[in-house]
Design a protein around this ligand. Structure first.
Ligand code: AMP
Ligand code: ZN
Length: 454
């Protein structure tokens, strides 16, 4: 059997054949570091992590790149308006470098908190790869795919007959002023900037000289340049959130395939959105939740991970904070049940279980099924340490790690047990809240209560 994944390009779930035997190369469109990443952005990187873990489970060597967009992402996806990083620097009275270093560090910390594996992952910055971007633009110019306007060098999509092939984009739907911006000088609304000139009226912090004049690269070209530099002209898998299908990924394909005359990636995968208050959680509208916001509400990053794993990566999720609290409780119950069962050390036959695990792991990142299967095994007490380790190598929930609970927390828990026994529910609720504020959670069950670390 082989790993099966859903390919946005073919719109089919396919058995994966990598370019090199037992090695996979993957490029994940990374964060724009002008603000905090929200928990929706982090969902997309968790999806990349499950992909990596799946290949590692199957014995593949994984080459992984997540770019850091630190220049060129303008307020509109199609290279119009102000640069998000320059704008943030101006508003916060900081240098562009201070802004991007700060948010990059927090992004990397959040990856760790979510137990997203980053060993050997390459995180290239767009600003460290300007010559590589210029080289591709030069190549496109030589082959007549570009034209010049008063504000930059543009890619002429009419020169690429397959433009819009990813996701079968209805080009008429990408109308001026909608996903792509209106600009008088563009030949068609969906032509996009490869290089933008610095405005004569305003000194930019981040700008470079180029064969076309001083300026900065468009957002799309950085991914074409960095994927090629680190993974080659064609690599195995390219991922991002579904919002990237219509514009960003079709533009990457147009640039790379016109410059290199080979497919950019063999498999394209897209993660569904995290929605909140009936809409996509979005960095630009400012109304979002971060990992540290969750921690402040005593929801641990791993409980959030558990919450996400209950839904297939490509489906959208609508959530309320209460859903995360319920997941946190379920997550701790699962860990505690596993511990109790393993403490009893019963012999089990795992060959059938191992086959089922492998079947689920190979089924297009089916984490909800894997989690449900683990719960079935726990209910039937059919687990041993090795089974849990195997499943957790995909889920990444640290299911076998248990922190010691400090004495003062245990004391509060005992006081609460007494209050509950005396039916003093007001006091028992107060003590539960006090314990929660200290970063722990009380779980009540028929067998009594226990306290766990968030
Ligand atoms: P950005 O920093 O905006 O370029 O986004 C980084 C990654 O997060 C991209 O792959 C986006 O597609 C993805 N993304 C943005 N918003 C959401 C969301 N609400 N839910 C899931 N992924 C998202
Ligand atoms: Zn990209």
């Amino acid at each position: 059997m082989a790993i099966k994944l859903h390919n946005t390009m073919s719109q089919n779930t396919e058995e994966i054949k990598t370019i090199k035997d037992k090695e996979v190369s993957m490029y994940h469109c990374g964060p724009t570091v002008y603000k905090y990443q929200h928990i929706g952005n982090m969902r997309t990187f968790l999806f990349a992590d499950i992909l990596r873990r799946t290949f590692e489970f199957e014995g593949y060597k994984v080459k992984q790149v997540i770019n850091i967009t630190d220049v060129g992402h303008l307020v509109s996806d199609n290279n119009e308006g102000e640069d998000k990083v320059e704008k943030s620097a101006r508003e916060n009275n900081q240098t562009a470098k201070e802004v991007t270093d700060f948010y990059t560090k927090i992004f990397l910390d959040d990856l760790q908190k979510l137990n997203i594996i980053t060993a050997d992952t390459i995180f290239p910055r767009a600003t460290d790869n300007i010559p590589e971007q210029i080289d591709i633009i030069k190549k496109l110019e030589e082959e007549n795919h570009t034209y010049r306007t008063s504000d930059g060098i543009y890619f002429d999509v009419s020169t690429f007959k397959d433009y819009g092939k990813l996701g079968n984009i209805d080009l008429k739907g990408l109308q001026a002023g909608n996903r792509v911006e209106f600009n008088d000088e563009k030949h068609t609304p969906y032509d996009f900037a490869l290089w933008k000139f610095s405005s004569p009226d305003e000194k930019r912090q981040q700008e470079w000289s180029s064969p076309w004049g001083i300026g900065f690269p468009g957002w799309h070209i950085e991914c074409s340049a960095m994927s090629q530099k680190y993974l080659g002209k064609t690599f195995d898998i390219h991922t991002g959130g579904i919002d990237h299908i219509p514009v960003h990924h079709n533009n990457e394909i147009a640039q790379s395939e016109c410059a290199n005359h080979v497919p950019l990636a063999n498999i394209w995968m897209h993660g569904g959105h995290l929605n909140w208050k009936d809409r996509k959680m979005s960095k630009s509208d400012g109304d979002f939740v971060t990992i540290s916001d969750l921690e402040k509400q005593n929801i641990s990053p791993l409980s959030y991970r558990y919450f996400l794993l209950q839904t297939r990566y490509k489906q959208s999720i609508f959530f309320e904070i209460e859903d995360l609290e319920a997941s946190q409780t379920a997550y701790h119950r699962l860990k505690n049940r596993i511990k109790d069962i393993l403490d009893k050390s019963k012999e089990i036959n795992t060959s059938e279980i191992d086959t089922t695990i492998k079947d689920i792991v190979e089924d297009d990142l089916n984490t909800p099924k894997l989690l449900a299967y683990l719960w079935d095994l726990v209910r039937d007490e059919k687990i041993n340490t090795n089974t849990v380790e195997k499943i957790d190598s995909i889920l990444g929930l640290k299911l076998l790690e248990h922190k010691n609970i400090p004495e003062d927390i245990l004391k509060l828990k005992n006081e609460r047990d007494v209050a509950r026994m005396n039916k003093d529910f007001k006091k028992s609720d107060e003590l539960r809240d006090a314990i929660k504020k200290l970063g722990y959670q009380v779980l009540d069950s028929n067998d009594g209560s226990e306290v766990v670390s968030n």
